[in-house]
Design a protein. Structure first.
Length: 140
């Protein structure tokens, strides 16, 4: 029972409550942005920005990735930026990796440059794939 003086209960959103999962049978065309955790087992043709990202063994990503914590078990064709990146033995990466911390398991395949940065995701003066404005159509 509520009295006239009581305020309704408000809940703060739980950003890291449950991971978002892209299943093996799903293909996404376009960029994905999440402030929480994402697990991808399917295919994504576009850039991905997430706090925590897991690329499953059956996944194929074609696009740049920006993640705080990134675990790669599948295939990525694009540049990676992350604070903590793990490339497992089943992974194939075709693109440059900018990292604060990098772990590469024996058997992983990487075709690209590796570069350390104390703050790989923090450059505000650099335009990334997610910061670019949408193209303007003629006559719009």
């Amino acid at each position: 029972m509520f009295s006239s003086n009581s305020k309704p209960e408000t809940k703060s959103p739980k950003i890291n409550a449950m991971p978002s999962i892209i299943s093996e049978s799903l293909t996404i065309e376009g960029n994905l942005i999440s402030e929480g955790e994402v697990q991808i087992d399917g295919q994504v043709n576009g850039g991905i920005k997430a706090n925590t990202l897991t690329i499953g063994q059956s996944a194929t990503i074609t696009g740049d990735i920006d993640a705080g914590t990134l675990v790669i078990r599948g295939e990525v064709n694009g540049s990676l930026k992350g604070d903590e990146i793990t490339v497992t033995s089943t992974a194939t990466v075709r693109g440059d990796i900018l990292h604060a911390s990098l772990s590469i398991e024996p058997g992983a395949k990487i075709d690209g440059h590796l570069k350390h940065s104390d703050n790989p995701r923090g450059k505000k003066d650099t335009v990334t794939f997610l910061d670019k404005p949408a193209p303007v159509k003629n006559g719009a």
